[in-house]
Design a protein around this ligand. Structure first.
Ligand code: UGY
Ligand code: MN
Length: 246
């Protein structure tokens, strides 16, 4: 029997691990027929928001982005999205990036469809137009080796252009693969494990993590990870990029 007083989730001033066992649903106006778990948010000291939305067959997300852009990624299932005069079917591994000031509607999901979102208040850059709507998908053929280590591959889902102030990447580690060094950096991360297991080091503390877990890393939270288990470990992560440090 599961012991209900135990969890792998931790929430610290500069990092958090949120495992699904502690989820409590939020109501988001316009998002109906679904459960919404706000996993990372400014309430914990973050400057991004990360949510996980689980849709019933009747699920509908109707809204308009305001100051924050939203990146939607289909973790499982499929649904329809209408945005910018275009309607598309999205299935697992596909995403749509919705810039600021844009109306959108998600509808007709398969029951159990899960969407991951990353939200960031957009910081305009003089001389660069605000990015447009963008569709894309996970594609391992577009994941080059990271830092000359054949065990590590990163696919950048958003264009590496100055107009974008956020990156969303998919990081795949072969079993036993590990970050080549302890990273210590100004950029913040939100992430969701899509596959496998790992040991993550955050601020010199060690955590076992697996598919379904989310992690928040504040700026300068030291980070290192190694993959373990029977399959590659894969996570999708957010990073703020391309702006002058304030
Ligand atoms: O891009 C990154 O900073 C990435 N290598 N960090 C991480 O996966 N924790
Ligand atoms: Mn990093």
């Amino acid at each position: 029997m599961k012991i209900s007083a135990l969890t792998r989730s931790v929430v610290k001033p500069n990092h958090a691990i949120i495992a699904p066992d502690g989820y409590i649903n939020s109501n988001v106006p316009g998002w109906t027929g679904c459960t919404v778990n706000v996993i990372i948010n400014e309430q914990m000291g973050a400057r991004l928001c990360q949510t996980l939305i689980t849709l019933t067959e009747a699920g509908r997300l109707v809204g308009e982005t305001q100051a924050a852009q939203i990146f939607f990624y289909v973790v499982q299932g499929q649904c329809r999205v209408a945005v910018g005069g275009e309607t598309r079917e999205l299935s697992a591994g596909q995403f749509v990036y919705i810039p600021i000031g844009q109306a959108y509607e998600f509808s007709q999901p398969e029951a159990g469809t899960q969407l991951l979102t990353f939200h960031k208040v957009y910081e305009p850059l003089a001389g660069h137009a605000t990015p447009g709507i963008l569709f894309g998908e996970k594609d391992d053929r577009k994941a080059p080796v990271y830092m000359n280590d054949e065990a590590l591959r990163i696919q950048e889902l958003l264009p590496n252009e100055l107009a974008f102030d956020m990156a969303v990447n998919i990081f795949t580690y072969d079993i036993g693969g590990h970050l080549p060094m302890v990273e210590t950096h100004i950029m913040e991360h939100g992430l969701l494990y899509l596959q496998g297991q790992a040991i993550y080091m955050l601020d010199q503390q060690w955590y076992p993590v697996k598919k379904g877990d989310s992690i928040w890393m504040a700026p300068y939270c030291q980070q290192w990870a190694t993959a373990m288990g029977q399959e590659k470990s894969v996570y999708i992560y957010y990073k703020n990029v391309n702006r002058f440090p304030t």
